[in-house]
Design a protein around this ligand. Structure first.
Ligand code: BG6
Ligand code: MG
Length: 219
């Protein structure tokens, strides 16, 4: 049986989490309220629709269906204006090294992202061709913390879920990996991602020995 690796995109491969935050915050500010970076943790990994619902709750606001759709489009436009400026210098430290290691050792890996912009971003940073499978917000019907996106990825890579190792920067994503019976590796703050099986500040903290230990646990 195959061991496979699954990477979230935003905040794991590339630091687009900061652009999502800026764009959502602008939307809230334009509607007349604000939210904190702490609240923003709850938006990470969450789909566009669910994110806007949460934000409107924080601002005690309701929008008509049309206005809701319009605000989502405005947010995405604003977000994409940041994405447009991106290149491969935005790939997070340690990521190229781990991907190269997996390629050298013939270990399949997929992208498992909630974003509908995932393919655009992967192309911008020149990683589109490297993934054996790409599952994103256009491929799923259930948002993280539902494990659907990761289960589809496992299936595409011909790996059993319990042989999959998922890298996530969001609480919702860690929960999705856990629900899918996968090994969850949190990338970020231990106090936020405590539900993950392992947490690292970033990829530069992950030693190859650790990856090899995970691979030996192959079931
Ligand atoms: C996730 C991000 O990867 O994708 C969320 O962590 C974002 O912040 C979600 O809302 C949906 O992304 P998009 O690009 O389809 O709006
Ligand atoms: Mg993320």
């Amino acid at each position: 049986p195959n061991t496979a690796f699954i990477f979230d995109l935003d905040g794991v491969i590339v630091d687009t989490a900061k652009f999502h935050f800026l764009a959502w915050r602008k939307l809230a500010n334009d509607l007349g309220f604000d939210f904190t970076e702490e609240q923003n943790e709850q938006l990470k990994g969450v789909s566009r629709v669910e994110s806007l619902k949460k934000i409107l709750q924080w601002g005690n606001m309701e929008l008509s269906e049309d206005e809701f759709t319009r605000q989502m489009a405005l947010k995405n436009e604003n977000y994409l204006s940041y994405v447009e400026e991106m290149d491969d210098s935005e790939i997070l430290p340690g990521v190229p090294e781990i991907l190269d290691y997996l390629i050298k050792n013939n270990i399949p890996f997929a992208l498992g992202s909630a974003s509908k912009n995932a393919r655009t971003i992967l192309k911008k940073i020149n990683l589109f061709e490297k993934f054996d499978a790409i599952i994103d917000g256009t491929d799923v019907s259930k948002a993280k913390p539902d494990p659907e996106v990761f289960l589809i990825a496992a299936d595409k890579l011909n790996a059993r879920p319990d042989n999959c190792i998922v890298f996530e920067d969001s609480v919702a994503g860690v929960q999705a990996a856990n629900k899918g019976n996968m090994t969850s590796i949190g990338i970020g703050d231990k106090t936020v991602l405590g539900e993950a099986d392992h947490v690292f500040k970033d990829f530069t903290e992950i030693e190859i020995e650790f990856i090899e230990k995970l691979l030996r646990k192959e079931k």
